[in-house]
Design a protein around this ligand. Structure first.
Ligand SMILES: Nc1nc2c(ncn2[C@@H]2O[C@H](COP(=O)(O)OP(=O)(O)OP(=O)(O)O)[C@@H](O)[C@H]2O)c(=O)[nH]1
Ligand SMILES: [Zn+2]
Length: 380
């Protein structure tokens, strides 16, 4: 019996009116949250589109039992991004993604090895891969939604799908693909703010923002009492656990974070957004996978691609939304990344000045910074 069926039955048995049943039904945000959590746990989700449905598992968390269960439904497909397909030399007929026909003898190890580039160099004999085109298998829309959910769950961007006829199996959450693919900016709301005196300025205040659509927690650090009527000195800093907390020498994040705060302290005013976008939006585990690939000789951009990600998976509209929520309309932006300036302007936050932030260059990160300059347009 489906989950919604269960809820309906227990509610009606107790004579509770329809209003209560409605109150128990999952809304769009809850469905997405359930789907992300379930994929992380290795559970399947049901995706629907245009009258067709598929069961989907994240390749990374799929257990042997569930892989076999999905294959038993007939015609299992592994959906990967076109970036990953390039590395695997698999033909991508669907633009941004490729649907690989899962061979009859493929097991969990095959699924993992196809999704995860960790062993690409040590076992290069993967494939050849037969990819689907057109009407074959689960539609590109279903496959795309499954990959998008895996990314949102901070897993490897690959999903195993099998066609499903009939209602959702017991306990499996049903999610329309359109819900996943609709490009929406998370509606952020401030949860709380409190005074935090900082080394760089006694007058510090930390604001915490959350969205009902995901598990992210973004922070704004306000220094002094910046005027809302003039451009504020601002930094959009993406979380970097290794650089910000551990003092990693592989990037320049830690020194940038501290230099930005110091400058705001010196000017007596500013706002630093600490955005929950670890690893340019791919999450810490995937960033560490990228680091392993970098130790095999790939640069920061190539490593992202081999994993199946774009160079940069961040959504800077989040930063713009927080600035606006705090009442700021224009900024002097501390960054070396022209894309950040462009994204702010597009999102309706005026950037009156780009303030360069050149700190933290060392022997270990020189190649990383050079790659960002050459491939991602960063200004040195
Ligand atoms: N995927 C990936 N992420 C990385 C790597 N090195 C650092 N990062 C992440 O890159 C992000 C850097 O963030 P920022 O410093 O805000 O952004 P930026 O694009 O470098 O721009 P500015 O610093 O403003 O010039 C952080 O989320 C880091 O965790 C890497 O090799 N791979
Ligand atoms: Zn970093």
């Amino acid at each position: 019996m489906s989950l919604s069926g269960l809820m309906f039955q227990s509610a009606s048995r107790r004579g509770i009116e329809t209003g209560m049943t409605d109150a128990l039904a999952l809304d769009a945000a809850e469905r997405l949250a359930r789907a992300r959590a379930d994929l992380r746990m290795g559970l399947p989700v049901m995706l629907t589109h245009d009258g067709a449905s598929a069961l989907a598992l994240a390749a990374e968390t799929a257990t042997a039992r569930r892989v076999e269960g999905l294959k038993a439904l007939g015609g299992a497909t592994l959906a990967i991004t076109s970036k990953r397909a390039e590395t695997l030399r698999a033909r991508a007929y669907d633009g941004d993604l490729a649907r690989i026909r899962v061979p009859g003898d493929a097991d969990r190890a095959w699924v993992h090895a196809t999704a995860d580039p960790a062993e690409d160099l040590s076992s290069p004999m993967k494939g050849p891969f037969a990819t689907l085109r057109g009407e074959e298998g689960p539609s590109p829309t279903l496959a795309r939604a499954a990959i998008r959910l895996a990314k949102a769950a901070r897993l490897l961007p690959a999903a195993l799908l099998a066609p499903l006829v009939g209602p959702a199996p017991e306990g499996v959450v049903e999610v329309p693909a359109a819900l996943v693919l609709e490009a929406r900016v998370a509606p952020l709301a401030e949860v709380v703010s409190a005074r935090v005196p900082l080394a760089v300025a006694q007058a510090g205040r930390v604001h915490v923002f959350r969205s009902p659509l995901d598990d992210a927690e973004h922070v704004a650090v306000e220094i002094g009492s910046p005027s809302r009527d003039a451009p504020v000195l601002a930094r959009l800093h993406s979380a970097c656990f290794t650089g910000d907390l551990l003092g990693s020498l592989k990037c320049d994040c830690g020194p940038q974070l501290h230099a930005a705060l110091a400058r705001m302290g010196a000017e007596g005013a500013g706002v630093l957004l600490y955005l929950d976008q670890e690893g340019r939006g791919i999450g810490l585990a995937n960033k560490m996978r990228a680091y392993s690939l970098q130790d095999q000789g790939f640069d920061t951009v190539e490593a992202n691609h081999r994993l199946g990600f774009e160079d940069d998976e961040r959504d800077f509209r989040i930063g713009a939304q927080i600035l606006k929520a705090l009442g700021f309309r224009s900024v002097r932006l501390l960054t070396n990344n022209p894309a950040k300036v462009a994204r702010m302007e597009e999102a309706g936050v005026r950037v009156t000045e780009r303030v360069p932030l050149r700190v933290g260059l060392n022997d270990q990160n020189a190649a990383y910074l050079a790659t960002k300059a050459a491939k991602s347009g960063h200004l040195l």
